[in-house]
Design a protein around this ligand. Structure first.
Ligand code: PMV
Length: 364
């Protein structure tokens, strides 16, 4: 194995994905994030992205992570569940590479964190990709997918571009629960995700808490895994045929089904806001007026809408959205190709000083 080059940082860019058939609910509380059902998503282009630079150096006294300019503790007492997994994964990857230097990891998102546009998926996928490259691990994307899944389930899909399926798998250790590409990003280039931001504040119930609460208390949830598995096959058929009517319908049914199990959770979880509901009604009105579905909405664990449509109908959809109060901003994204390496000019680390270039502490 080639040893890492400790003098230079590795920088990568990765993007979020939007699930057409959602992952909601884990098989157990092992921390492995093995899901109860398969899911399928579209990886977005770099309009929204995470850039991550990684540097291993003997001059570092500890592993340090910066997200959007702020240091995120990854060691010690009060760390988040995701950071704890991240640290475990970093340690694991260092062990495989036979590296005992500490790491400086600097990550920046180009979109609001915690707003239900899956910054954790983009962040975890990009991090695993960057670490694997920095440590010269030569991991296959499948292995990276399994690794990223353990930080944030939906992240396993962001290791691939295009339309990506995450097979739930059955093995207890999660070894057969990973994502794979079903169609590459050039298969249906006219497909667009119009993201309507209605609220960019942090969500009230984290997805980790939500997954567990729904599985434990929702009566409706029992019907969800089989419904979702059928949905995945339906999406594969709809994309293969480039059938927007069929695709939109399956996307909307699945989003509504997942949010129904959330509302049925005790105490109830409600991620949709009044503006989200207005979007739902308006998209149905639009589709009815067209006599077929030309757009489909879907919502993750947050109130922001993702409206899937194609170039041909973009203007009609935008016109419809302009009639809704409460949409702060729209962001358009096509399908993207998954994570890739960037050159030195994009590096987020000041290599001489071994510090982030844009840390919030340094700015003050
Ligand atoms: O990956 P997590 O644990 O943040 O779960 C996210 C789940 C949804 O975004 C709601 C659906 C999905 O499949 O992305």
């Amino acid at each position: 194995m080639v040893k890492p080059d400790f003098d230079s940082a590795t920088t990568a860019i990765g993007t979020p994905n939007i699930a057409f058939i959602k992952y909601w609910g884990k098989r157990d509380d092992s921390g492995l994030n093995t899901p109860n059902n398969s899911s399928i998503s579209m990886t977005l282009d770099e309009t929204l992205s995470t850039k991550t630079s990684v540097l291993f150096s003997e001059r570092l006294g500890k592993d340090t992570l910066y997200i959007n300019g702020d240091e995120e503790p990854i060691e010690g007492g009060r760390i988040s569940e995701k950071s704890a997994y991240l640290k475990r994964i970093l340690d694991h990857m260092k062990r495989i590479a036979g590296v005992d230097h500490h790491a400086l990891i600097v990550s920046e998102n180009s979109f609001p964190s915690g707003a239900g546009i899956a910054s954790s998926a983009s962040g975890a996928a990009t991090l695993v990709f960057a670490l694997s490259e920095a440590l010269n691990l030569e991991m296959a994307r499948k292995e990276m997918s399994i690794t990223a899944r353990q930080i944030s389930g939906s992240a396993c899909r962001s290791l691939f571009g295009g339309i990506v399926k995450w097979r739930a798998g059955t093995e207890k250790d999660g070894s057969d629960s990973y994502a794979e590409q079903v169609f590459d990003s050039s298969y249906w280039p006219e497909l667009i995700d119009i993201i309507a931001i209605v609220d960019s504040s942090k969500k009230r119930v984290s997805s980790s808490a939500g997954h567990a609460a729904t599985v434990k208390t929702s009566v409706l949830y029992g019907a969800r895994p089989a419904f979702a598995e059928n949905g995945v096959s339906e999406i594969e058929r709809a994309v293969a045929a480039k059938d927007l009517n069929r695709l939109s319908m399956a996307i909307m049914r699945d989003s509504n089904n997942m949010h129904a199990t959330m509302l049925d959770t005790w105490p109830p979880i409600m991620y949709l806001s009044d503006a989200s509901k207005d979007i739902i009604y308006k998209v149905h009105e639009l589709n009815e007026s067209e006599g077929k579905c030309i757009a489909g909405y879907t919502f993750d664990a947050g109130p922001n809408a993702h409206i899937i449509t194609s170039e041909e109908h973009r203007d009609r959809v935008m016109e419809t959205l302009s009639e809704i109060d409460g949409i702060r901003e729209t962001i358009e994204s096509h399908m993207g190709g998954g994570p890739r390496l960037l050159g030195e000019k994009d590096c987020l680390i000041d290599e001489a000083g071994i510090a982030p270039k844009n840390s919030n502490t340094r700015k003050e």
